[in-house]
Ligand binder design. Sequence first.
Ligand SMILES: [Cu+2]
Length: 287
Amino acid sequence: MSAAAKLVAFAAALAVLFGGAALAGAAIGPDRDDDVPSDEPQEHSDMTSSTETEHGSAPDPVRGLAVAEDGLRIVIEDPELRRGRTEMLRFRVVDERGETVRDFDVEHEKRMHLILARRDLSGFQHLHPEQGDDGAWSTDVRLDEAGSYRLFADFSYDGEAQTLAGDLRVDGAADLRPLPDPETTAVSDGGYDVRLEAGDAHPGAEADLRFAISRDGVPVRTEPYLGAGGHLVALREGDMAFLHVHPTSDDAVRFAATFPTEGSYRLFLQFKHEGRVQTVSFTQEVT
Ligand SMILES: [Cu+2]
């Protein structure tokens, strides 16, 4: 190693040392001042929330941006899937000690909701994996197009709604597409016509999202699906933030969504009719 190279290496080592010290200081600081860390998030969500939910306090409107949150972490066993093949997807939720979490609460009739979508907000899937004796969750999944996908594990643990997320990859040439323009009508994968009546959606204000469903011009009354008239997931364009959306009616397909910021969002509505689950998506602009 030349003298110059040694100097560079020494400088780099110093930078690592000092950078590490700064990080450690930042990490230790707030914890020392915090006598009751477990109560802190509860207070924050109560103060920032003006809406009552069935759980008592509304969760943070933006979720699903991290693999770890609130002492829980998602571990995806093998995040690489082959295109167009049915493969077994396995993941676990672990606590701060690395122990597999097993006791989840039932939420919307299931203990684990698994949402998949590609980075361009296409290829949406909503699956309900099975939990094994070791606590790991598994499900068959098939991704027909290449690209980077986001996996959202949506569940409730210890009375708190959680959404942890990680990336999946499907190798190959990906045909990534821009978000479709906003339209008030769309057709579900099974051929149902769906109209979205959202009105104007503004950041931080609760939007009333109503869906009218028909087939061959005849209005359709949906069957209960996951304990409501339908199930809605909203993802923000750019970072795929996952929004918590609440059904506001047992019989109508109607939801309350608080969009945190301006921007474009993709709404994925699922409803059930004649025993089959339909999926339809919309682009929603928030201004
Ligand atoms: Cu689900």
